[in-house]
Design a protein around this ligand. Structure first.
Ligand code: AMP
Length: 183
């Protein structure tokens, strides 16, 4: 939860609701006004990076993973702040070298996410970062990719959770989930 009057609270207030985008019935959460504001972006990146630290403020992860494409925008600066590398999780066919792949169900059809096989080492502790947790399919698939690499998910950190959807259940009870805002 953001402290009342904090930079983080002001940052979260910049997220814009766009009805019926990209299709009728979807309320799209547009984070671009937040990204365009330096203080807001700094507050959000700091809050997400805190999930990758212990109580003394020391980083406890080896890598930050971000999912295409807004997970790239937030995940890369979180990795820099923690002093670790960033690993992109991409849609099928985008990564040029050997990958692990996980497919998951969408409302209509299926999607596949991939990660480079050598990007995450066995035993690595990983922080997963994205903007919106909706059904949780994307987060779950990313967690499964981390497992395929022989690594461990330290936590999942997202800017916003759509609390009326089962994303939290998809992440499960075994992994810590931090969301800066629940709507
Ligand atoms: P899901 O796999 O259903 O949890 O969806 C998560 C992914 O879809 C995230 O990477 C989000 O960027 C995107 N997403 C899902 N629902 C929304 C929404 N209402 N507004 C903005 N992005 C969304």
């Amino acid at each position: 939860m953001a402290e009342p009057g904090s930079d983080l609270e002001s940052a979260l207030a910049l997220i814009a609701d766009v009805p019926d985008f990209p299709e009728p019935g979807i309320l799209f959460k547009d984070i671009t006004p937040l990204l365009a504001d330096h203080a807001a972006l700094r507050a959000v990146v700091g809050a997400l990076a805190a999930v990758g630290r212990d109580d003394d403020g020391r980083p406890v992860v080896d890598k930050v993973l971000g999912m295409e494409s807004r997970g790239f925008i937030l995940g890369a600066p979180v990795a820099l702040e923690l002093g670790v590398g960033f690993v992109p999780v991409r849609k099928a066919g985008k990564l040029p070298r050997a990958t692990y792949a996980v497919s998951y169900a969408l409302e209509y059809g299926e999607a596949t996410l991939e990660v480079h096989r050598d990007a995450v080492r066995p035993g690595d502790r990983v922080l997963v970062v994205d903007d919106v947790l909706a059904t949780g399919g994307t987060a779950r698939a990313t967690m499964d990719l981390v497992e395929k690499c022989g690594a461990e998910v330290h936590a999942v950190a997202v800017l916003m959770e759509l609390g009326f959807l089962p994303g939290r259940r998809a992440v499960g009870d075994d992994v810590a989930l931090t969301t800066l805002l629940t709507v």
